[in-house]
Ligand binder design. Structure first.
Ligand code: HEM
Length: 508
């Protein structure tokens, strides 16, 4: 009997060792998929080990895949692909657009915050909003409204704030300043309310609406954290018991919704009296069938989210990149001086639309910063039906499909051997120095196809105006300029801990 139990014991030990080795020690590498795939747990161990450096880890893997596309498997039936291949990007965003919606999983994860606003809707719900929004975004009067707001905020807040930092010699978190600027600006655009989150030289900020920005920030960060759970049921349990991050999320969403609701209700009551230029008024005017306060709130919050951290992210990385590249700084300053001389302007005068359009080198320098540090570095859709990508990758119904804009900026096949170098010149035409347009499938920074970003032109107006006004007056000095800051990956690509800078007056 004892011998039998000993043999039984030995059998168990050997079985455990075999299973352990089979499942955990000898992972199989699926040919041409790139990720190490373990039985049962799929790619989960590698994901957990590398999720803090998700973008660089996945870029390394995509670089080694023959078609820059990798298959990703997680426990349960979650499978998907990550691609940095322009033909695949074109297929998912345009050619077979209907097969790649945002999908129920994505939508349900952020629904608590965004409802069914344009950024979080598919099918008919999305189409109605897209049509309305395209109409509103494509008017000259909206462009003028944006130009006017940007000009006012630069002159009355951004410049005084930087001038004060230059005068006192105090360090400033440039990322925070740019995020505050963008938030004030997009709120003005969305509902003509100025939250005054960026104080001027006196540093004065409006307290009530500062709370709105803080709540918006928390809600966006906490909701994007839901994507990083290894198992979605964990956040669902936290939500059910209203504990931890889910409790904080619920509170911040309530603050955001209350703030937006109060503006929308009061505006709907008095709308016929006003002549507002903002998007809310335009939506009230054109969406007669669909202008419930909730519908308007969803679409407005989506737009704030879409425009909030994107331009600030691009500019933060732009200023960091420039801090160690005096040659590029000089080229931009030279271009600005040429435009000023041609139009009889002085430093401090703001630039009009035509002058901004003539800033080809600056346009290239900003685009190049976004190529290497895309504000939206990865973007995910769902696969509705089995499909085959142009590179031959097979996709199953229900899988996710992610295009990796960050990796695409680092692919030799797209940008050549010097793909990791920051070189604005790659955008300029040899003959006349104008900035060339790149295919949106090779450079999908603003998305592509029917869901392409609606704010692209407004974003360039804002970014070029800020960069020009700041650079001609100040030098932005970044301590540790030669070390790449750590990524903070929320819905956009930010810098962990902010970007502390010293501001120096150029004419000092
Ligand atoms: C550098 C700045 C910006 C970048 C890189 C950018 C990028 C993007 C990307 C990648 C998407 C697609 C997201 C998705 O559906 O998966 C998008 C959508 C969108 N963007 Fe932008 N964006 C920028 C600025 C803005 C601004 C300033 C606004 C407006 C205030 C804006 C409004 C929108 C809207 C409304 C959509 C939704 C389009 C749709 O789903 O049909 N964006 N943007």
């Amino acid at each position: 009997m004892e011998l039998l139990s000993f043999q039984y014991f030995l059998f168990l030990i050997f079985l455990s060792i075999y299973l352990y080795q089979h499942f955990f020690i000898s992972p199989k590498k699926y040919k041409a998929t790139g990720f190490t795939v373990y039985p049962i747990v799929g790619t989960l161990p590698s994901f957990l080990k590398n999720r803090h450096r998700f973008l660089d880890w996945t870029t390394e893997i995509l670089t080694t895949c023959p078609t820059n596309t990798a298959v990703f498997r997680r426990p349960g039936k979650i499978g998907g692909i990550i691609t940095a291949n322009p033909s695949n990007v074109e297929h998912m965003l345009k050619t077979n657009f209907d097969n790649y919606p945002k999908g129920d999983r994505f939508i349900s994860l952020i629904e608590d915050f965004l409802g069914h606003g344009i950024f979080n809707a598919d099918g008919e719900l999305w189409k109605v909003q897209r049509k309305t929004a395209s109409y509103a975004f494509n008017t000259k009067s909206l462009r003028n409204f944006v130009m006017e707001n940007v000009k006012t905020e630069i002159q009355s807040r951004l410049i005084p704030c930087l001038a004060k930092a230059a005068e006192t010699g105090c360090r400033l978190d440039l990322q925070d300043v740019l995020e505050r600027f963008a938030f004030d600006n997009v709120c003005k655009l969305a509902f003509n309310v100025d939250p005054v989150c960026l104080g001027g030289g006196d540093g004065e900020r409006a307290s009530g609406s500062d709370e709105f920005m803080k709540a918006f920030d928390d809600a966006a960060t906490l909701i994007s954290g839901r994507f990083l759970y290894a198992f979605a049921f964990v956040f669902k349990i936290k939500k059910f018991f209203n504990v931890g991050s889910e409790r904080r999320l619920k509170e911040s969403i309530a603050t955001v919704h209350n703030f937006a609701d109060s503006i929308i209700r009061s505006r709907m009551e008095i709308e016929e009296l006003g002549d507002h230029q903002d998007l809310l008024s335009r939506f009230i005017g054109i969406t007669e069938d669909n202008n419930s306060p909730e519908f308007l709130r969803d679409i407005i919050i989506s737009i704030i989210l879409a425009g909030r951290d994107t331009t600030s992210s691009a500019l933060t990385w732009f200023f960091w990149l420039l801090s160690s590249r005096p040659r590029v700084q000089l080229a931009i300053l030279k271009e600005l001086a040429t435009i000023r001389i041609r139009n009889g302007k002085s430093i401090g005068d703001t630039y009009n639309f035509d002058e901004l359009r003539d800033m080809h080198y600056l346009h290239a320098a900003i685009s190049e910063a976004m190529r290497l540090y895309p504000p939206v570095p990865v973007d995910t859709k769902a696969c509705l039906n089995d499909d085959v990508m142009p590179d031959g990758t097979i996709l199953r119904k229900g899988w996710f499909v992610t295009y990796h804009a960050y990796a695409m900026g680092r692919m030799e096949g797209i940008w050549g051997k010097n793909c990791r170098e920051y070189s604005p010149e790659r955008w300029l035409k040899d003959d006349d120095g104008t900035c060339q347009v790149e295919s949106a499938f090779r450079f999908p920074i603003f998305h592509a196809g029917p869901r392409m970003c609606l704010g692209k032109d407004l974003a360039y107006i804002q970014m070029k105006s800020i960069a020009a006004s700041v650079m001609e007056r100040f030098e932005i000095d970044v301590p540790n300029k030669n070390t790449c800051p750590e990524h903070l990956l929320s819905l956009t690509l930010r810098i962990k801990g902010g970007l502390p800078v010293r501001v120096l007056s150029r004419n000092a």
